[in-house]
Design a protein. Sequence first.
Lengths: 357, 559
Amino acid sequence: MGNHSDGSPSHSGTVATAGQNEVEKFQDPGIPPHRLRLADTDPRAAKKAERQVALLFGISVVGTLIFLVSYFAIDLGNDSSIATIRLQNALLGTGTAFAMLGIGTGIVHWAKALMPDHEVSEERHAIRTEDDRQAAVRIVDDIVEETGIKRRPLIRNTLLGAVALAPLPALAIFGDLGPRPDNTLAHTMWAPGPDGKLKRLARDPDGTPIKAADVTIGSAFHVIPEGLNELTEGKLNEKAKSVVLLMRLNPEELHPSPERADWAYNGIVAYSKICTHVGCPVALYEQQTHHLLCPCHQSTFDLTQQCKVIFGPASRPLPQLPIAVDSEGYLVATSDFHEPVGPTYWEREQHVLIPNS
Amino acid sequence: MSSSLTPDAPVFAAKTTGGRITDFVDQRVGGSGILREFGRKVFPDHWSFMFGEVALYSFVILLLSGTFLTFFFDPSMAETHYAGSYTPLTNVEMSVAYSSSLDISFDVRGGMFMRQVHHWSALLFVASVSVHMLRVFFTGAFRKPRELNWVVGSVLLILSMAAGFTGYSLPDDLLSGNGLRIIDGVIKSIPVVGTYISFFLFGGEFPGTMIISRLYTLHILLVPALILLMIVMHLFMVVVHKHTQYPGPGRNDGNVVGYPLGPVYAAKAGGFFFIVFGVVAIMAAFFTINPIWNYGPYDPSPVSAGTQPDWYIGFVDGALRLMPGTIGDWKVEQIWFGHMFTFNVLLPALVPAGILFTVMFAYPWIERWITKDNREHHVLDRPRNAPTRTAIGMAGFVWYCVMWAAAGSDLIATHFHVALNDVTYWLRALFFIGPVIAFIVTKRVALALQRKDREIALHGRETGRIVRLPHGEFIEVHAPLDEYKRYMLVGFESPAPLPAVPNDHGVVDRKEKLRAKLSRWFFEDRVAPASPAELEAAHGHHGVHEAVEAAESQKTLSH
């Protein structure tokens, strides 16, 4: 059925190719003869279409009225319920839909049923004629000649230099869009206060401190540093770096490396909640497997291996927050994170502290 | 013109008030000339030409609804305590931006409706731009003289995504805040300048207090202005080029067949605006989009499972999910010379989108180089008649869809009760083999459809009527086509591969060899349109009996 060729020279003779064998091609029969529609021949059909169009426009009027009535008649009041909002939204939408669809379908029906549907053919014209091109070249030549820019290279070169430099202030003026990063990303609120007071671990969002005794095996806490809620400025910035997940496992299930031996308390460990991939909160704790899962891109971290990445796009383990218990039995951070939390950035390596420093 | 200046020329005097006003304006702006040029301009008609119209109209709806929203929205990240009528959030600490978004939803009459209209038409805008571009690609409408308009369209696609993303973030809700967090993470992965860009964008550390108002300026001023500029350029070039038309009897590269602008085409296109608006209104009325009140204000700590970006960002998010961060114990993220190279973020965020958009922008020139086709094309290709191009397009489309599906990998896993890890592994495999399969399958399907066209052109349409011949054989009766229908099936070009041509020095250089190779790859599998001689021969067969089977066995695939 198919005259199918691989295009090799031995085959090309058997296939009709474009422009090669014009005679072999079918001749264009031209635009097919116009066929009359029912409304073109039957006045009753035309009258019927006319009424349909008018009806559709009438429906549009009804839609507009529905909109106006539901806008003015439904009172949102001071304590509008969701149900009222939903009702008004549905009626406003329905009214608009009828108003618009009535006009739209009416016009289209009018065009399709009653306006002439003769297809016409129009010649295309050259987008650019050779005549125009030559005239344009002459004009450009004249313009260049009159400026004398070719004869006066001094003007040309100084102009080019000036124009090249002029945008620099436009770039420089954006210099105050933000501060220099410096090492702000390396520090969080967990660093002990200036008086050496260690920060307590507090519940997110109410900020009440957590006693070690309250943390039962298998439980997990969303944690913020004590004092975060009292910040008046930059609260979200600090929170975005310092949120922590606190979990308690059987101590023998944790396998801390020697330098982190004293970072946990009685099986209680604290890890940064900010994913090392692109910074989503690692909010899901799988109690049975001791896996932490980031809901954004499914990076999975294994608590029993110091939050090593076991699946997904993250490359680095979640940073661990070293914790202990203070004299009143509250959990405290013994220091800031030893490495920057959250997504990787270019200067990060310089911000990593040497372990146990 | 000059004749009207002579004193004795008859001066036109309008009789009605309307006529006098029209004449007044016309004498000052020259409206008659414009109307003369455009009033009866011919536009070809086809349902697939409406995607571009949908894009234009949804942009108009965006401007209308967006202007309304700006009257009530306050892009401030100052802290406030919610005091509006949505009681579950009463007294919750939040930004003014989020609070005013809630007020638009619950305390401004029709505000909810306008928010919904705005968000739905934004989704529709990007979708219709995308589908319009697929239509243009698969029909070859990007060929000379329309390459530059294809580029303008590609820029519009990027701008529409930028408009969508900047707007999506404005309500400062939990979902969009996490989206910004991801953007921040991606920006920080950029070598050398990433940290600085992040600090400059957010005015300091994430999330800071500046980003919403900055995005607002981009969203309501800069991006829409650029879109408008591009639309003007786009439509200007449509007028210069005149519209393309589908192949068919009476249509060729030298003419344009269709309906005159006034009245039929203007009525259809104008009416269609109202239909698009009506459909958006139905969606806004009955389908909730972006219920920000359910998410709560942005807070860096919580996140909801099953988070999804708006659909057009999905493919980048999916690519981020697919990239493994560790391979065995080897970390994809590398520390070189004391600096971080975050390949696990950088590669998926930039490379697939980079490849897609680079190929998209460059494709008209790639195909033009391979085919050496420098002619103007105003008649479109049916996708089956350009099998290799169609296959390339489908390969890209499938690649995009695999990444897009990956953005919902967790939902796929929970919905179909399969392991999330398995979904990811499968999608990782499909990322590489999906496009290859799509290419092969599409090309075969296109060639098969061409063969089917050939058969119908030569032997007529299958009627389903089985007739028993006197000697006992059963045949199916085929009904011959009229010449117009037949021309639809045979009136196309089927170029043969173009062998390497020596240059001016009589040498076939390496580039030309590569081009010839690509040309062979492009055109070696081809089905030529049926010719009158073949039709003659086929009719001869009909006299005896249907010999399709026999003919087939003689003309088996030659490769």
